[in-house]
Structures are given as C-alpha cells and as structure tokens.
Design a protein around this ligand. Structure first.
Ligand code: TXA
Ligand code: MG
Length: 335
C-alpha cells in the first residue's frame, strides 16, 4: 500500500466511510483514525500500530452534541469542563451508550471522548456521520507524532492517507479526566491541559496516574513514548561527568551543556516556558533518536504549567531495561 499525504478532506471522508484508516492532525498529536462505529475498521488501528487490544481508544467527536449522543449520565462538572475546554486537549471518560462497541473501550462501560481543536479535523468530523476512534499515530510504545512526516516515517505502507495539518500546536497528548466511584473528578493522564487550568474551573482534583504493564485504566501503560536510544534523566552536568560525553546527546529544558556539541543538543525552551517546551518535546526526542547516539541525557522541566506532563513523558521514556555498559547503574523506575 502506498501512503499519501495531502489536504483532500473529501478523499479522507471516502476512505473512512469505506472502513479504511486515515491519520489526522490534532492540536495535541497526530491520530490514527477509523470509523468508531465500524469494528472491522477499528481492528485495523490495532493491527497498524501493533497495539494490544486491552488498550482502549479515544473517540473523537465534532461537537458536544455528538458526545452526548454516545454517552450518558454526564456529571455536571463534566459539562462545565466541556464548556471551557472543548474543543481542546481534554479527554473525558464517560459512561458509554451501546452504539460504542467493546472493541473501542476494551470492554469497559466507559468511553474516552474528546473534541480536537484543529480546523482540519474539525471540518472532517463535521462532514462525517460517525465519530472517529483514534489513538496517537505511532507504533505502540514509540513517541507520538507531532507532524505528518513523523507519521509517514513510521506508518508508510500501512495506511492509505495522512491528512496534512502542520505541526501540532500543543505537542503533548490530551489530559484524561474521569470520575471515581464516589463521583469525584480524577486525572488519569497528565497532558496538554494543565491541572491548574482544570482546577480553576472544577476545584481540587485527584491525580491518579501510575503505570502498569497491563493497565486497568487510562494512559497507564508503563513503557511508552520511548526512543530507541537509551535516555537517562537527571542532572545533565553530573551525567556527562559520570557517563561520558562520547556519542552523547542532550535534551535540556532551558540551557545547553558546554561539553557537548550543539549539534547533539536540543533545548526545549530557551525562555523557560513549559508550553513551548511541550510543543518541542516529541520532535526533539525523535531528532536525537535519529542521530545514532549512545545515550541521551535529559533533565526535567519545572513542576509548573505543563511541566508535570512533560516530566511524566520523560520518566516513561527513560531507559529501563538495558545497561549502558555492564556495571553502570540503572536509573530508578517510575513509581
Ligand atoms: O491527545 C490525544 O489524546 C491523542 C490524540 C490523537 O487525540 N490520542 C491519544 O490516544 O493519545 P492514545 O491511544 O495514544 O492514548 C489514549 C489513552 C490510552 O492510554 C488508553 O488506555 C486511554 O486513553 N483510554 C482510552 N479509552 C479508555 C477507556 N474507555 N477507559 C480507560 N482508558 C481509556
Ligand atoms: Mg499513544
């Protein structure tokens, strides 16, 4: 199969209507979309990404009205969040109606829904009579794509079409929010909408993000977002001293390291802005990963704004299983 990239919404619509996959741009990351109501189409997503079927998919809608068509018992706080942040980088876990099949939710009675804030995908969704199931458009376990060429690099030959929409302006996946048994608002995945923004509207939230190899809930697959090159997280200066500068790259938040050639360094935000850093994070990781380095030394962002979400991705990207050299110390695993 030849993969084409373009801006032809009618072609994308035809492909989706006949049960094929189309990669779509969103403000967070690119998604790999199929008709959410057609299980023969949805199964193709799992195959193209090599994604385990126990990991459910987000359903993308073109309007809140469409969301209410497929969900029920929507808490008042969810409506309020939707008013403020949809379209936007927020996903809500809500009780599903039966039109949403088990394959999409991996058997859960809740469905994850979101309205992407991107003109191309919003136009497409408004042209369709069904919502779109879409995970991030990367092979399972790798870094999410924030440009059409990232998608092409990894899914070329596996999908017919990539809708071009420019670089994703947020650059991190959506924040996933839901409700626990007592009806309290919980955050299951940190993402492109900061906790502070959510708390301004909804009051104090519980953060329930922890990782497992076989997650029972949102965004909690342990190894995720990982480059192929070992990535170590800590104080960059100390790591350069301890593990050497030979074939080493740097992924820093604000300042570079004088011992490493600038060519092998990516600075996420010279002005120290966590939104700018979020936007650049995945592209920077991919670029460093493409340099054939021995190791990437990375540092955390400050714990403000999108900092916690950036740090969540860095912790999951870090090197876990292989030793750099025999005898080198293995960094701690995330809790
Ligand atoms: O920004 C985003 O959310 C992007 C764009 C494409 O919309 N999508 C995305 O999808 O990040 P994905 O599949 O890479 O991550 C979705 C997360 C997964 O961790 C999955 O486990 C969780 O959402 N999820 C989806 N449906 C769920 C459900 N019904 N119950 C619990 N978790 C769910
Ligand atoms: Mg993903």
């Amino acid at each position: 199969m030849k993969t084409e990239t373009g801006q032809d919404l009618n072609y994308a619509k035809r492909l989706l209507e006949r049960g094929d996959l189309v990669a779509i741009p969103t403000e967070t990351v690119y998604g790999l979309a199929a008709n959410a109501l057609n299980p023969d189409a949805v199964i193709k997503i799992f195959r193209a990404k090599n994604r385990p079927e126990f990991n459910p998919l987000i359903v993308h809608c073109g309007s809140w009205e469409q969301v209410t068509h497929f969900t029920e018992d929507i808490p008042a706080v969810a409506e309020k969040l939707a008013e403020h942040f949809m379209p936007g980088p927020l996903t809500l876990l809500l009780p599903k109606k039966k039109e949403i099949q088990d394959l999409v939710t991996s058997g859960s009675d809740k469905v994850a829904v979101r309205i992407p804030d991107h003109p191309v995908s919003l136009s497409l969704l408004k042209m369709l009579s069904f919502p779109l199931a879409a995970p991030s458009a990367n092979p399972s376990g790798y870094i999410s794509p924030t440009t059409s060429s990232h998608v092409f690099q990894q899914l070329n030959g596996k999908i017919p079409y990539i809708l071009e929409g420019g670089p994703s302006k947020v650059g991190l996946e959506s924040t996933i929010a839901g409700f626990d048994e007592e009806g309290r608002l919980c955050i299951y995945r940190l993402g492109g909408l900061s906790i502070a923004e959510i708390e301004k509207v909804a009051g104090k939230v519980r953060i329930l993000t922890h990782y497992e190899s076989k997650p029972k809930t949102a965004g909690q697959l342990l190894s995720h977002y990982a480059p192929m090159t070992p990535l170590m997280l800590g104080n960059i200066e100390t790591m350069v001293k301890e593990f050497g500068k030979e074939k080493a790259g740097v992924l820093s938040f604000r300042k570079g390291n004088p011992l490493i050639s600038p060519e092998f360094q990516r600075i996420l935000s010279p002005t120290g802005d966590t939104e700018e850093a979020a936007k650049n994070l995945f592209r920077a990781m991919r670029e460093l990963d493409g340099m054939n380095l021995r190791v990437i030394y990375a540092e955390e962002a400050p714990e403000e704004g999108l900092g916690p979400a950036i740090n969540d991705r860095l912790r999951r990207a870090r090197y876990e299983l292989k030793l750099l050299n025999e005898g080198d110390e293995l960094p701690d695993l995330p809790e």
